[in-house]
Design a protein around this ligand. Structure first.
Ligand code: F3S
Ligand code: F3S
Length: 105
C-alpha cells in the first residue's frame, strides 16, 4: 500500500484524491489517509502531492514510519467503506495524529 505521512497534516491539499482510480484516499480532520486494503498500488497519487507526503510503504522515511500504522488505524471503526467520495470529511483522526501539535508547513 501507499502511505500518507506527516507533511499532509494541517495541509490537506487533496490533489491526490483526484488521481486515485479506486477512490481509496479518505479525508480525516487533519490529514488524509490511504486505505491499506483498498489501495491497488497504482502509484498515481505519489507524484501529485505538492508537499511530498505520499510514499510507497517500503519507501516511507524512517522518521515517518509510524504513519503506516496511523493510516491503518484511521479505519479501525470504519472497516472498508469501498469509496471515499461518499464519505466526505470524516470527523476523526488516527489517535497519534489527533494529538500532534499544529503543523505549520
Ligand atoms: Fe495530503 Fe498531499 Fe494528498 S497534502 S491531501 S497527501 S495531495
Ligand atoms: Fe493507492 Fe494512490 Fe493508487 S492510494 S490506488 S497508489 S492513487
Amino acid at each position: 500500500t501507499y502511505v500518507i505521512a506527516q507533511p499532509c497534516v494541517d495541509v490537506k491539499d487533496r490533489a491526490c484524491v483526484d488521481e486515485c482510480p479506486v477512490d481509496c484516499i479518505y479525508e480525516g480532520k487533519r490529514m488524509l489517509y490511504i486505505h491499506p486494503d483498498e489501495c491497488v498500488d497504482c502509484g498515481a497519487c505519489e507524484p501529485v502531492c505538492p508537499v511530498e507526503a505520499i510514499f510507497y510503504e517500503d519507501d516511507t522515511p524512517e522518521e515517518w514510519k509510524s504513519y503506516f500504522d496511523a493510516n491503518a488505524a484511521f479505519f479501525d471503526d470504519l472497516g472498508a467503506p469501498g469509496g471515499a467520495a461518499k464519505m466526505g470529511e470524516i470527523d476523526h483522526d488516527a489517535p497519534f495524529v489527533a494529538g500532534l501539535e499544529p503543523q505549520n508547513q
